[in-house]
Design a protein. Structure first.
Length: 436
């Protein structure tokens, strides 16, 4: 008899039960959503932290889409690859371009790429090779961010435009297979300098720039009558004795005969100054003597007079091993110099270490890269047709990677000079050396 009542109460019960289930479900959904939100937020935090910690950035996905709607052009691509101001790929790669005289050997030879590359993989390598190989020394051809100290006129612009990248890709895919004569071509480009009789120019794995010279250039350096750098040594000797100060003194007044007083000095520089506060190089010590002891104006950096006195003093250490101090108060300067050496810079995004540690002995276009040792400075560089200081060389190498060069005599370069001298430890002073 109570069936209807039971029916009603069970219906009421069902409805209540249903609404309870709905509320529980809502709560569960709310909790899940909240958890998801918190999760996503935390993941973003973690990702950001990871981004900050990991340098260089982690590889990103390949760039699949063509960068422009106009298809690449093989002939234009070929011209870009050869153009020293644009692609200039032959500076590092041997390529099937017989009209090009010298090819570099820093990268692998580029032949028959179509068999193992797609347009997508080439696009990715050209746009930013470090997404393929984080340690790559190949410049990123279509990247403007993440670069350091780029020379003004190259700033905020990629090496190649989007269209130029597409043209180069088309050209690369058209490259023929290596000819049968490929082996000899490659070998001919890597010349190993004759090392017989040069053991004194080599200490452990450190090798003077002298060992990369031709034998006639080596003879020129050895011959004190023919070596053009000796002209500066002779001019330095005149300045050494010249009274240029109101107090009637010259360098010789205090230091006597440079053959005696200056022997071994070059091997110790850069070193801490007499107050043991600053790191100074030989040029700066000479200028300190001029201002503090002779009360005359300092010579400007890279002036003929400063080069001459530096050459005269350095020459007194010829043959003695480089031995700088890098401990104690010199340590922070040394550490800063080493940091400079390994820092990628410029539009080409290369550090000193990439050319002079990792690729020494390989060809950069026609020139075999040396270890970039500083034991020969000041050097008579045939390219310059004059004597030059290490700082001039640092500035030249900075500019070569399209980075801003620092002023000669700047503290950063003096620090770098100390690191470079430690790196050359044990190598003989060759000043004034002959270099290409
Ligand atoms: C500073 C030297 C340098 C320059 C300039 C350079 N490359 Fe490279 N390239 C390398 C090196 C080194 C590798 C080897 C892989 C690596 O280190 O990333 C390489 C690898 C490659 C590869 C892959 C080859 C393979 O078999 O895996 C291609 C393709 C390539 N480069 C094309 C080019 C093109 C095109 C240009 C000019 C637009 C160019 N490179 C300019 C150094 C260079
Ligand atoms: C009035 C004396 C005096 C005159 C003149 C003088 N110097 Fe000095 N020189 C010193 C003293 C003192 C030191 C020790 C370090 C210091 O005080 O800077 C020194 C140190 C040096 C050193 C470093 C030697 C070492 O062992 O580290 C060099 C190099 C040097 N002088 C070059 C020159 C040259 C070049 C001239 C001429 C332009 C010159 N000096 C003129 C007094 C003189
Ligand atoms: C793109 C490659 C490249 C980079 C990067 C580079 N250099 Fe050089 N460097 C050269 C070339 C080329 C020469 C001349 C030939 C040789 O001695 O290797 C040279 C020469 C030198 C020499 C003269 C060596 C001697 O025997 O007289 C020194 C020192 C030197 N570099 C230092 C540096 C320093 C320091 C840096 C970093 C600020 C640097 N280089 C970065 C290419 C490079």
């Amino acid at each position: 008899m109570n069936t209807p009542a039971t029916g009603r109460s069970s219906r009421v019960y069902d409805a209540r039960h249903y609404s309870q289930i709905v509320t529980i479900c809502h709560r569960i959904i709310a909790i899940i959503l909240l958890a998801l939100l918190v999760g996503v937020w935390q993941m973003r935090l973690v990702a950001r932290a990871a981004q900050r910690m990991s340098w260089p950035p982690l590889p990103t996905a390949p760039i699949v889409q063509p960068l422009t709607t106009i298809a690449g052009d093989v002939a234009r691509g070929r011209a870009i690859v050869l153009d020293r101001k644009r692609g200039d790929c032959v500076v590092c790669h041997v390529m099937p371009l017989p009209d090009q005289q010298s090819h570099g050997t820093i990268g692998p030879p580029l032949f028959g790429l179509a068999t193992h590359f797609t347009p997508e993989s080439l696009r990715r390598r050209l746009v930013d090779p470090r997404t393929v190989n984080p340690q790559s020394v190949m410049p990123a051809y279509h990247k403007v961010s993440g670069l350091y100290a780029v020379l003004g006129r190259y700033r905020n612009q990629p090496i190649l435009s989007a269209q130029e990248i597409e043209d180069v890709i088309s050209y690369l895919l058209s490259l023929e297979e290596a000819p049968a004569s490929q082996e000899p071509i490659e070998q001919a480009t890597v010349s190993t300098p004759d090392e017989r009789g040069l053991s004194s120019y080599r200490v452990e794995n450190r090798r003077s720039g002298y060992t990369y010279l031709s034998s006639s250039q080596q003879q020129l350096q050895n011959d004190e009558f023919a070596n053009p750098g000796m002209l500066w040594v002779e001019r330095g000797r005149v300045l050494w004795n010249e009274v240029d100060a109101a107090n009637g003194k010259s360098c010789a007044t205090c230091h006597g005969n440079p053959e005696v007083s200056m022997r071994g000095v070059r091997t110790r520089y850069p070193q801490l100054d007499s107050g043991r506060r600053m790191l100074i190089n030989l040029e700066q010590q000479i200028n300190r003597c001029r201002t503090q002891h002779l009360h005359v104006a300092p010579y400007s950096y890279e002036s003929d007079a400063l080069l001459s006195l530096t050459a005269l003093i350095s020459y007194q250490s010829r043959g003695l091993p480089i031995a700088v101090r890098v401990e104690g108060r010199a340590r922070p300067f040394f550490v800063a110099g080493r940091r400079f050496f390994v820092r990628r810079r410029g539009q080409l995004d290369l550090a000193c270490t990439h050319c002079h540690d990792q690729n020494a002995g390989k060809r950069l276009r026609g020139e075999v890269l040396s270890q970039g040792q500083t034991n020969g400075f000041p050097i008579y560089r045939q390219l310059w047709q004059t004597l030059g200081s290490p700082h001039r060389m640092f500035a030249w190498c900075n500019t070569a990677v399209r980075a801003t060069a620092l002023p000669l005599g700047s503290q950063e370069y003096v620090n770098l000079e100390l690191y470079m001298a430690w790196r050359a430890r044990g190598l003989p002073v060759e000043s004034p050396a002959i270099r290409r």
